[in-house]
Write a protein that binds this ligand. Sequence first.
Ligand SMILES: Cc1cc2nc3c(=O)[nH]c(=O)nc-3n(C[C@H](O)[C@H](O)[C@H](O)COP(=O)(O)OP(=O)(O)OC[C@H]3O[C@@H](n4cnc5c(N)ncnc54)[C@H](O)[C@@H]3O)c2cc1C
Length: 400
Amino acid sequence: MRVLISGASIAGPVVAYWLHRAGFEVTVVERTESLRTGTGGHPVDLLGPAVEVVDRMGLGDVVRARRTATDLMTLIRPGKPDVTIHGAELLAGVSDRHIEIMRGDLAQILHESTARHVEYKFGCTITGIEDDSVSFSDGSRERFDLIVGADGLHSGVRRLVFGDERNYRHFLGAYLAVYTLPNVMGLEDQVLNYSAVDRSVAIYPTNDKSRVRAAFLMRSPEIVYDYKDPAAQRRVLRTLVDGLGWEVPTLLESLDEASDFYFDEISQIRLDSWSRGRVTLAGDAGYGPGPAVGGGSSLALVGGYVLATELAAAGGDHTVAYPAYERAMVATVAGSRRIGPSVLATLIPRSGLQVWTMAQALKVLPKLPRALQQRLTSFGGGPAAMLEGVELRPAYSQAQ
Ligand SMILES: Cc1cc2nc3c(=O)[nH]c(=O)nc-3n(C[C@H](O)[C@H](O)[C@H](O)COP(=O)(O)OP(=O)(O)OC[C@H]3O[C@@H](n4cnc5c(N)ncnc54)[C@H](O)[C@@H]3O)c2cc1C
């Protein structure tokens, strides 16, 4: 059977890997001209079953070798002393099985593990899905039995099959901006986090020691702007952080030169069903819990695995496999939708009192027994607990 996957980041290559092993012929199309690796992008978290999936792919060692571990996290507050804490203490409650890695590094590892067996077409998108064929941006047309949209929050496959994303995108009341800039502060193995009311700014290291990433989280009512226009996005960012002190004016000096500027609203994709006919969605495209707030990378890895193993078990019969995939994921996806808003409420303080409370909590955290540290840093169970509910079928292999 011929399977077409759109998107070569996390979910796409995972589906490709397991479908190839089960004997399917797989093609992946990716919009960008090459893999976006560079400084590595943003760090993402692999939790519980997602770690299990990379282990089952035989990639556990290489993924662990490229893990990022932030030694120190410093909370900076307007007019108050800084509080510094070890990253391990802050992450105590996340999960015993937890790997933090740059998204770009993970995508590269997943791509390398599939590139010999799977056809990758970079700089190519799907432009039309007809009854028996698929049209591409390079003008070609081909027949595929199954189609998987693993093309992220603003999925093109989803738009073609399910219609305008405004119908199922749910705004969580905040915006996110991220870009890379020169490491003028000489930051090493440390995250700086400036917390003010309704605004939170983090600076963290990248794979390239001469560069750092700045991430801005801003609570705001929905803003009307041309979301496809980077100049308009930059204007919105400047307006949202106007008047913020600390290093923010210095960070903004590099904004116009940043080639990897990312700006988006923090929103979730809420579809009742993410399959239609022979087309299904995986990862952020189908059930994105919101960037930076809900364990989206782990969902992408686990969802990709569950989809592929259900297809393998059903011999490629999507009328059996897609409903089984959705049944296996539905509780976890529902859980991830609940977690996003509470994680966001912690990441962006609503009041000066919340900033103060956060600082006090960080001061006492290192002195607490580990069990209590775990309870306080788990976001009420959080993404790790929600993912533990997914049952992973045994791996299936025909083409080893
Ligand atoms: C700034 C930021 C911080 C984040 N922090 C975290 C975190 O701390 N922890 C965490 O777990 N998650 C985090 N996330 C979310 C995480 O990155 C995503 O949940 C995860 O990458 C989803 O993987 P995916 O494969 O489903 O989609 P994506 O990683 O979005 O990949 C989609 C792929 O499809 C490609 N594509 C897009 N459109 C098309 C098209 N029309 N045709 C072909 N290809 C296309 C894209 O180029 C991309 O390669 C963060 C996200 C952002 C933006």
